[in-house]
Design a protein around this ligand. Sequence first.
Ligand code: HEM
Ligand SMILES: *[C@@H]1O[C@H](CO)[C@@H](O)[C@H](O)[C@H]1NC(C)=O
Ligand SMILES: *[C@@H]1O[C@H](CO)[C@@H](O)[C@H](O)[C@H]1NC(C)=O
Ligand SMILES: CC(=O)N[C@H]1CO[C@H](CO)[C@@H](O)[C@@H]1O
Length: 508
Amino acid sequence: MGFKLFAYLTVPILLALVSVAGIASVALYRLYFHPLSQVPGPKLAAISRLYDFYYDCILGGKFVFKIEELHKIYGPIVRIGPNEVHINDPDFFDEFYNVTSRLDKDPWYYAFVASQDAGFGTANVDLHRARRKAMSRFFANSAISSLESSSREKVAKLCRRLEGMRKEGKPVNLSNAFRCLAADSVTDYCMPRGFNLLDSIDFADDYNRQARTISYIAVWHRHIPIIIPLFMRMPKWFVEMTSTEGGKMAFDFQADLARQAAEAAHAEKRSDKSVLDGIVNSDAIPESDKTVDRLTQEARTLVGAGSETTGIALETITFHVLANPEVRRRLKQELAETASKATKGLENPLADYATIRHLPYLTAVINEGLRLSNSVSGRLARVDRRNKDTESKSYVLPPGTVISMAIRANHTAETIYPDPLAFKPERWLVGPDELKRLEKYFVPFGRGGRSCIGKELALMNLYLTVANVFHAFDADLYHTARRDLEIEHDFFSPFPPLESKGLRVMLK
Ligand code: HEM
Ligand SMILES: *[C@@H]1O[C@H](CO)[C@@H](O)[C@H](O)[C@H]1NC(C)=O
Ligand SMILES: *[C@@H]1O[C@H](CO)[C@@H](O)[C@H](O)[C@H]1NC(C)=O
Ligand SMILES: CC(=O)N[C@H]1CO[C@H](CO)[C@@H](O)[C@@H]1O
């Protein structure tokens, strides 16, 4: 009897012993025999992704700050995961994220978007190249210029709405308003039908709020990659019963994206108006890359990549201009002078992108806003699987090592931008050599083959919006402090403290 009990127990005990031994040997290998074992960093991070999990999932988007701390302790290169190093060196950024380097995105890190077949989420460098090519003609300068009138209309619509709210004398949530403008612009262009959020009475408050929830869920999904598919497959009645208004809207919008992707894929008469149509018409990719599922992923990531980012840049710029009377005065003066000059017979010269993009002070304000807003706060995780070793700061990193950098750190480097956290457009008003030096480290849109495809569209929207809103309106901040807009959590996009009420102003 005693012997039998023992026999029953041996199996679980043996299993437990084997797993402990297994875990211990993996840990020992990672600590002492792994090619990265010489790279400094916390032991726990070298052993397990649980380190990352604790900061990003349990504490909520806090790993970026921990990484900054680790750099202070360990120097410019830190091992932040079993197979990942993080580098803090601006000159290396330029060298690493260049157009000729053939880097994959790290599929583990980028799993958060749950769109591994979209241009944004594709890991493999060659696959990515083809998929990006399938939509690149839509984002070239010439294509973006033909979108100008559509952007202009949206900015005019925003100004009309703001004018109404000015008359009512109520505070306006510009964080929401700007996100609506950005989302309308991207969806109108990329999909058969745009969202038209600018028409919504409260600037789509619920919809804009859910971005935070979805982004936090996405971080969890990186570690536990069944979370998003589970969410997407929830029956509609269940969502109706359990979710907030914002959650329902998120669910409906996701369903709408899928419907529109299906429309584009199965359209009887081929149109070439939206980016999705263009992808279907492209011969850069095989038919197998034109499925409804892939088009849905493409739509989802385009909306995701284009809305929060542009919204954050616009709110940051607006906040700092309003918080700095001298900046506001100079900007308004330049805009007023431009508006009063007859340009190409235009009624409103500020509606002409070619005119305003060269305005020196406006440009300085926008650059400074992009420098401080860092709409992409996550690390840009890359893997070089082909080449020989990557050399950095006396460490030799073997192929297959995940190498990451953060844009934010570079934009706040004291040596490049003195008094780095201050909003000073004047720092951009310098001679060509100094400007070139500043621009080398200025990477709001990333650099290299994976840099932002929407850069030109984003810039056009930023210029048209900032110029026209500040020319037409004056405003006071309404219970808004810098902290309400600044990063407190990194869910790839930066999010402010939970209690933040966004950028609110009283229009005058
Ligand atoms: C101020 C606004 C914007 C900023 C600061 C910004 C910034 C960035 C950055 C830093 C990346 C690289 C991300 C990475 O390496 O993981 C990126 C990629 C991307 N962005 Fe933007 N973006 C902006 C607006 C837009 C807009 C308006 C669109 C689309 C219409 C867009 C579409 C994309 C796409 C598709 C990618 C992935 C490119 C690829 O991997 O080939 N972005 N963006
Ligand atoms: C671009 O990247 C490749 C591979 O990472 C590197 O060998 C090359 O030196 C870089 N080029 C420049 C101009 O920095
Ligand atoms: C304003 O909009 C932002 C962004 O959507 C949101 O976080 C904030 O709660 C809103 N503020 C108010 C007072 O509704
Ligand atoms: C992440 C990163 O590259 N940070 C750097 C930006 O530039 C300054 C100035 O050279 C460096 O000190 C930072 O380490």
